[in-house]
Structures are given as C-alpha cells and as structure tokens.
Design a protein around this ligand. Structure first.
Ligand code: ZN
Length: 177
C-alpha cells in the first residue's frame, strides 16, 4: 500500500483526532508526504490555521512520538528554529497496539453474548442474564416491570462487522511498519 493511503483508513483518522484533534488529520496529511521537514509557519499558512493551534497540535503529536523536531540555531539572530517531521510508522504501530486489544475485547464480548440470553424490561433499565431474571421472577430489578428476552443477533452482527473492519484496516496498516 502506498503510504499516502494510510490516512484514508478510518482507524487512522480516529486515532489522530483522538490524540490531537480534527485539524491533526489535515496537518498529518499535508506533512507526511514531504520528504524534507517542515516548519510550523509553513503549515499554518498552508492549512490556514493559527500558528498557536499548529504548535499545540504538533506538541500533542510529539508527546505520542508521532511528530519529532530538529532544533537549529540561527547564528546571526541567536534564535532557534524548529524543523518538524511526521513518523507514519509510529502512527501505524500505535494503532496496531490499541486496536489489537480492541479486537480482543470485542471477540470476548461476542463469545460471551452468543451463549447467553439476556432480558430487559420495556423501559430498558438494564440487560440481565437468565439467572438474574429467574431470581427476580422475570420482573425488572430496578422498575419491577416485566422482563422479556432480547434478541441480540443484531448486536452480535454489529460487533462481528466491527471486528472485520478493524482487522481489514490493521492489515493495511501493517504494511506501513
Ligand atoms: Zn426496568
């Protein structure tokens, strides 16, 4: 997969938004295809975002190791300038790490729910397993209304679809590592 495709994955977008906000997706999209480093001024101008905002995003990305910088001193003015770089490999690694756990959690949920029938009242107070429903003589422990069994096929299907989607995107991301 071309590296530029990585940003089209929903997992990548979601990840960047979570760690550094919505503008981070645009920023990374602009910066990661540059062979050379970039400055915060350059990005601010290009994306039409305040420079303070660009710096805030870069700092958040830096905190997670997704962006790094080189500091150079201007001998004449004595000021420092920062050249930034984005690390696509690190993005892929972080997503893989967290989403592998997510898949694991979802699979456990699916495994658990497929073997159990759950009950709920029409107020939808709580989903309770069969054992609990019996204990309460099929009356909601919270509101006392009648408990009915829930059809969890739809929920299971949704979870399975999600697992499938994540797995598919992770395979794509793996090519960036
Ligand atoms: Zn209830």
């Amino acid at each position: 997969m071309k590296k530029s495709k990585m940003l089209e994955l929903s997992l990548t977008k979601e990840f960047l938004e979570n760690i550094a906000g919505k503008e981070a997706i645009k920023l990374v999209g602009f910066c990661k295809n540059k062979n050379k480093g970039f400055t915060d001024e350059e990005v601010a101008k290009k994306l039409n975002v305040k420079i303070t905002e660009v710096r805030a995003i870069l700092n958040r990305l830096h905190y997670r190791g997704v962006a790094c910088y080189q500091k150079t001193k201007n001998e004449q003015t004595g000021w420092y300038s920062y050249t930034w770089e984005i690390k696509p490999k690190r993005i892929a690694e972080l997503i893989l790490e967290s989403q592998t756990e997510e898949i694991d959690k979802l699979e456990k949920k699916v495994d658990f729910e497929k073997d159990y029938v759950f009950f709920s009242c029409k107020e939808k107070c709580d989903n309770v397993p069969f054992e609990v429903a019996v204990q309460y003589q099929f009356k909601c422990p919270r509101c006392g209304k009648k408990l009915n069994s829930i059809d969890n096929k739809k929920r299971l299907k949704e979870m399975k679809n999600q697992i499938e989607l994540i797995t598919k995107e992770l395979k794509q991301l793996q090519k960036n590592i």
